[in-house]
Design a protein around this ligand. Sequence first.
Ligand code: SF4
Length: 368
Amino acid sequence: MIQRRQSRTVVVGKVPIGGKNPVIVQSMTKTATSDVDATVREILELEEAGCQIIRVAVPKAGDAQAIAEIKKRIHIPIVADIHFAPTLAFAALEAGADKIRINPGNIKDREVLTKIARAAASRGVPMRIGVNGGSIVPMDIRLADRAANAPFDLSEYMAHEAFEWIEFFETIGFRDFVVSLKASTVLDTVRATQKVAAGCDYPLHLGVTHAGAIEEATIRSAMGIGSLLLQGIGDTIRVSIAGPPLDEIKVGREILKSLGLAAPGINLVACPSCGRSEIDLAKTVEEIKRRTAGFKGNMHIAVMGCEVNGPGESVEGDIGLVAGRGFAFIYKNGKKHRRIPEATMIDEFVAEVKAMSAESKAPGSSSS
Ligand code: SF4
């Protein structure tokens, strides 16, 4: 069990971040926000996959205005991502944004920030102070450090920047915010976030920025976000992938599941398969994963290629499939339940999972 850092709670729409609340998974749309139909379509798919908060880019006035219409057609809180242009923050608030993300690397005017914070506070809307490693340290300082062979610690600059803005917002009486420190390297992200986690109680949004295509992004995010979560740090996560946003949600949820931090759901484990397996295990796992993806309830499923490790692993699962030669066994709650023919193995197993998942979400029922 991970001992989580005690943070204060910030409520985005109806979704609480921080405190004792579960870690929230969020993503960002890749559409032009002003294209309302395309943006809503993307958000509804993300909701279905488990996205709990969505952020949209707001580079133009039309994007801010579109938030009002988008909000009517989605079911999760919407965050306006603001860079450079403070007027867009006011327009997004006017349109009903549930949270405003600002980057103090590109909006520095304290009077303007005070006005944004007051406008947000008057609507009960929180903000995120999103410190990004790429936009805080002027290139001339980096190059000078490199030329002087001086060790350049980006995480120090990032933490310093975050504390400066935390102090500023506290001075003007605004405390309704989440903080993030994202760099494109795992080490800088982790170190900067650790420093800020130790020095305040604001909820922390985790992510490794510009993490790359799916393979690189998955590994970097699992290392960066995962290692912080293991230390009890982090209240909401966003996996950044140069690819479909659905993958961000899938990877984010898997990171949480792997640490036992996910909201209830289906958790599928499978052996890697080897020369002992008599079935095409990868295909079987993919098929079972696809057909159980929409099941509700809280369940652990094991799919194993043979009886060497199969029964043992299946004992850990609520329900397990252990393949043999021409047949398979279904295990339930650690006990051999029944033998089924290989030809109907997937159909019968999925039917059992469906029945168990219906039981596990029934009122008064419990599942391990
Ligand atoms: S469970 Fe069996 S098939 Fe799967 S990896 Fe282990 S020995 Fe190989």
